[in-house]
Every structure is written in C-alpha cells, then in structure tokens.
Write a protein that binds this ligand. Sequence first.
Ligand SMILES: [Zn+2]
Length: 222
Amino acid sequence: MRCLMCGELIRRDSFTELFQKEDVLCPNCREKWKRISRSFRFEGHDAFALYAYDSGFSECLLQYKELCDEALKPVFLYPDIGMLRRMYRGRTLLLLPSAPQDVEYRGFSHLRGIFEWLKLPVMEPFEKISGRSQKNLGKEERAAMRTDIRLKNGVRIPRRVVLADDVITTGSTMKGALSVLPEGLDIRIFACGLAEAPKERAETGGMMRFLHRGTGFRDSLK
Ligand SMILES: [Zn+2]
C-alpha cells in the first residue's frame, strides 16, 4: 500500500513485518511525529495523549482539517487502535464540538473520522453556542469561551465516558465540555496531540499552562 501522507509505496521486509505494527504512513513520515504517550491529570481526571503537537502530527492535522483531506482520517490512531480499544473498553467516546461554520466548511465530522477506528460507542453531545471559530482568537479569549459549550437538547450521557479531541492546546474546549457534564460520571480524557507538557499539579492553577512556541501556525489549527 501507499503512504497516506507522501504517497510512497510502503515496503515491509520480513524484519519490519515481525517487529513493527502495520501503519498507514511510511516509516519516514511517521518518524516526523514526536511520540509522547503521556499520562497526566486534567481537571482531576486521568488523561492521555499520544503525540506532541509538533511537526509531523500538526502538518497532518492541518491537511486533514483545513484542507479537508478526509483520506487522512486513519493516520492519527492507526498504530494504537488495539491499545486504545483495550484502554477504553466499556466506555462511550464523547467527541468535543467544532464551531458550526468549521463543520460546514469541511463537510465532515473530523473527530468522528479519527475516532471511528476504535469501534467504540461514539456520541457528539456538545454544541458551540456562539458559532465563533477559535482560529483567530488569543489565548485569553479562548479561555473565556469555555461557557460557550452546551449539551444538545435531550441528550443522555452514559456513566463511563472518554472525552475525546484531536489536540489539547489551551485546554479551554476540554474544560468547557467538562463544565457542562452532569455530576457523578466516570470520566477519562484523550487527545491525539498535546501542545505542551502539562505542569505537575492542578493545585498550582497552572496545570494546563502551555508554553507557546513557534509561529502561531499551531494556534491556527484550532
Ligand atoms: Zn510517507
């Protein structure tokens, strides 16, 4: 098969077939993704992220979300599908909301595309009220948007859930979603990418304080 990113034929000799899990990216493209496999706490819940929000991952996400390259939807979870299925067995994935105009522009639910591979129950229970995209907002404005998320009318949330997003940057969308969920749920949090290592303790108030590096390219994605 051909690599979904660069189109090169993916060759597997017997050695790599034995020791490498099958992938939909060629080894060269996958190498550009900075793997972190990080467990951390987010607002008191167990959270997990696979990749740093960095070169290879952020390039793919940009191409997928902004250039609407729907064919890329398997690349984000592919080598980890088995592990994630075991990790979240018995839970329902709650996908975080996008701004309505972004959904309309893409013509597909980009998160459903990413997470359908896990073959776990999936819900999209949230909606954004303002309809404003976060793309051109600063960090503080994004944080202020957390209350702009609400549950859709009449939606019933199962008890054991995973809040799932493509990437956690400021954490404001995730916090907003958490704030509208009913009490007493068993909640895990998952994101394919993480913009920066969270600080150690939530008590310092700085757990999700991320360093902002680079050109603003990353911010333009969300
Ligand atoms: Zn490639």
